[in-house]
Design a protein around this ligand. Structure first.
Ligand code: FNR
Length: 184
């Protein structure tokens, strides 16, 4: 068995907590799982006029989705929603009409913010979009994470024992959820 997971990070910030979280999660996957970061920073702003002649980054995005058995979204919350850069990628992958790359791919949604509700509202928005795109998402456990000093260990892992154990459990459930959709 081998399962390729396309990873989408909703922040372009160099020191992004969500980027760091995505790297830490990638190290906690079940055996047989590989995690491939999918670039979204070089996608043009979506324009329906370009559907007939997609640029190279758009073709690459759709190709990476097509070759993935699962999708992992690790995103901050921007103004109680998902960052525009992530919505832009979701829109690109969904078009041209009838040729969405997303449909049927199982997904996981998680994120970290400095705010106390830990991206809960952004995740809810993202789940709404993914439901429309026919991406079934892991319902439980939910992962709402608040960044505090020491959240990330110096080696890039998760600092607090309880949080690390929680995220290991989350990844186990996510990988099982992806397996469940194998061949569906
Ligand atoms: C934020 N931040 C934020 N945090 C939150 O919990 N809820 C929110 O609605 C927002 N809104 C918001 C809007 C914009 C435009 C920015 C730049 C930031 C703060 C956010 O949690 C913080 O910047 C994180 O560090 C962003 O994640 P990365 O970039 O570290 O992955």
């Amino acid at each position: 068995d081998s399962f390729r997971i396309a990873v989408f990070v909703g922040s372009l910030r160099r020191e992004s907590y969500n980027h760091q979280l995505a790297l830490a999660l990638a190290g906690m996957g079940a055996p047989g799982f590989s995690f491939e970061p999918s670039r979204i920073d070089d996608l043009p702003m979506y324009n329906q006029d370009d559907d007939a002649h997609p640029s190279e980054p758009v073709r690459r995005l759709k190709d990476e989705i097509a070759h993935a058995q699962g999708l992992l979204f690790v995103t901050p919350e921007y103004n109680r929603s998902i960052p525009g850069v992530l919505k832009n990628a979701l829109d690109h992958g969904s078009r041209p009409y009838g040729q969405s790359a997303w449909a049927g791919k199982p997904g996981g949604v998680i994120g970290i913010s400095v705010g106390a509700i830990g991206t809960a509202v952004a995740q809810q928005h993202l789940r709404t979009v993914l439901a429309y795109l026919d991406v079934p998402t892991l319902g439980q456990p939910e992962g709402y994470l608040q960044h505090k000093p020491g959240f990330f260990a110096p080696d890039g892992g998760i600092g607090p024992d309880d949080t690390r154990q929680f995220l290991q459990g989350w990844m186990a459930e996510f990988c099982a959820f992806v397996r469940l959709h194998e061949g569906v």
